[in-house]
Design a protein around this ligand. Structure first.
Ligand code: 2AM
Ligand code: CA
Length: 273
């Protein structure tokens, strides 16, 4: 994507994200009906749907040649990465949105022919916008984020990790390896919003994020942000991410990435689930 065009799309997307976030903040205390999707804990609200519809309408009107790949299904059927695709999670961390009324984000990654060009993660209630453009670094609001420290050892690292992966019956990863990893680390965190977990890795307040089940809209923006500050983002077995399917993800500072994957992660099946 040409720089001038990327800058223009960036400014447009930023304005829409801030507007969508303001609408969510205005209605944060309104009564809402909550439905479930794939399981009783997979929540969705009208706010998720209305926010994605807002982006779908804006993108269609302004950029009819672009595609939208969104969690709530208001976009296009995407089967290939060709062209310009907005990969949108209107609310990442819906359970936090419903239960906590904070700790959720709007996540938008804009890809051209499979290359990440623009990433936004908007922590709505804190009004903090993380952003990145390919080759131009990452920002937290107006502050440029520093390149990640690549010397801190694993034993002094904090990793975002869900407790699920330590349960023997989890279908994705050998729990004993994760148990050893947890013992090795300084500590773990679990924020409940994949997008924010990526943003915190990019900011350097987390050293990494390991998960077994993410959809493209959960990591599309985050992967761009983390890579722009020198971090490494792959599937948990170090294979490249593929943008179209559910996947495992390991995002971290460069010096601990291979060690985590080689020494602690043994997948039970393929990394694309
Ligand atoms: P969501 O809120 O947009 O659904 C919670 O640990 C994180 O995982 C959130 O980012 C959440 O995104 C995501 N998530 C929840 N259920 C998921 C599922 N079945 N597959 C993939 N990601 C999921
Ligand atoms: Ca969502």
């Amino acid at each position: 994507m040409e720089k001038q065009y990327r800058d223009e799309v960036f400014e447009q997307a930023k304005a829409w994200i801030l507007e969508a976030g303001e609408r969510i903040r205005e209605q944060i205390d309104a009564p809402r009906s909550i439905e479930t999707k794939s399981n009783p804990n997979d929540l969705v609200t009208e706010m998720d749907q209305n926010t994605e519809r807002f982006f779908a309408e804006k993108i269609k009107a302004e950029y009819p040649e672009h595609f939208l790949f969104g969690e709530e299904g208001f976009g296009d059927e995407i089967e290939a990465v060709d062209g310009t695709i907005w990969i949108v999670d209107p609310i990442d961390g819906t359970m936090n949105f419903v239960h906590q009324k904070r700790n959720f984000a709007i996540s938008i990654g804009i890809y051209h022919d499979g290359i990440g060009e623009i990433g936004f993660i908007y922590n709505v209630m804190e009004d903090i916008l993380y952003s990145a453009k390919k080759g131009e670094g990452a920002f937290k609001n107006a502050e440029r984020l520093s390149d990640l420290n690549d010397t801190r050892p694993l034993k002094e690292s904090i990793l975002a990790l869900n407790t699920t992966w330590m349960l023997p019956e989890n279908p994705h990863v050998d729990h004993k390896g994760i148990e050893s990893l947890v013992k090795k680390l300084r500590s773990t965190r679990s924020y409940g919003s994949a997008a924010l977990e990526f943003a915190f890795v990019a900011e350097g307040i987390l050293d990494g994020y390991l998960t077994m089940t993410l959809m493209p809209w959960d990591y599309a923006a985050g992967a761009i942000l983390v890579q722009e500050v020198g971090g490494v983002v792959t599937k948990a077995d170090q294979e490249p991410l593929d943008l179209l399917h559910k996947t495992t993800v390991l995002a971290s500072r460069s010096n601990i990435h291979k060690e985590i994957s080689d020494d602690y992660v043994t997948l039970k099946g393929k990394s694309d689930l």
